[in-house]
Design a protein. Structure first.
Length: 218
């Protein structure tokens, strides 16, 4: 029986040293589970450890020997299709609307997720102020803005997590150093908030602590 990482403080169990002993796939899985369960501190720790792991390489340093399943990453378009969403532009779109129920589904860059107010949040769209975010003015960026407005009106949305390595000075939605893919099994229920001219995905605030066992790499 493993020790539940959320029975005590998260850092007391999932220390940096323990996370560093995992392979890339296990860290990605732990990060995905932490994000899904709104445990931003653990998600941030995983992101920090991932910065020092090679983008490609062995999937495990031994953690997989204990029977833990590895993260199965697929292409963004395939992950959306698995949620019943067909993207308008398969190369550029990072959000879409599911025809069956009209729900907006977003792709979020996993490493861009932040901790705030006891939950998780991620910037979905911001204006291209002083030319800092040219992607916002692109066709895909304008599409994302319309989807943000639609999700805000609906009061709920879904999100998929994109794993990869960002390129310095570029938004990952525009261009990334490496895009590893999306785990289609990790789907986050979010709501969209407007903060000034910006739109944010938020989830997990004020939620009770989840069952700890489900946050270990599965």
């Amino acid at each position: 029986m493993g020790v539940s990482p959320f029975k005590t403080t998260r850092t007391a169990v999932w220390t940096r040293e323990r996370v560093e002993r995992l392979g890339r796939q296990e860290v990605l899985q732990l990060q995905a589970n932490a994000v899904r369960l709104a445990e931003p501190e653990l998600a941030a720790l995983c992101s920090e450890v991932l910065k020092h792991l090679p983008a490609r390489g062995p999937a495990s340093k031994g953690a997989g020997a204990h029977g833990q399943a590895r993260l199965r990453l697929i292409a963004r378009t395939k992950a959306f299709e698995a949620r019943g969403v067909w993207l308008q532009d398969v190369r550029a779109s990072w959000s879409g609307v599911r025809k069956s129920d009209g729900l907006v589904v977003f792709a979020l860059w996993a490493r861009a997720i932040e901790s705030r107010d006891g939950g998780c949040c991620c910037l979905l769209w911001a204006p291209n102020a002083a030319g800092a975010r040219p992607w916002s003015d692109s066709a895909a960026g304008r599409e994302r803005l319309e989807h943000c407005k639609e999700a805000l009106a609906q009061g709920r949305a879904e999100a998929l997590l994109v794993h990869g390595e960002a390129l310095e000075g570029r938004l990952p939605e525009d261009r990334a150093r490496t895009v590893l893919g999306i785990d289609p099994a990790t789907v986050v229920a979010i709501r969209v908030e407007q903060r000034g001219d910006e739109y944010w995905a938020v989830w997990g605030a004020r939620r009770p602590a989840p069952d700890a066992e489900s946050a270990t790499p599965a």
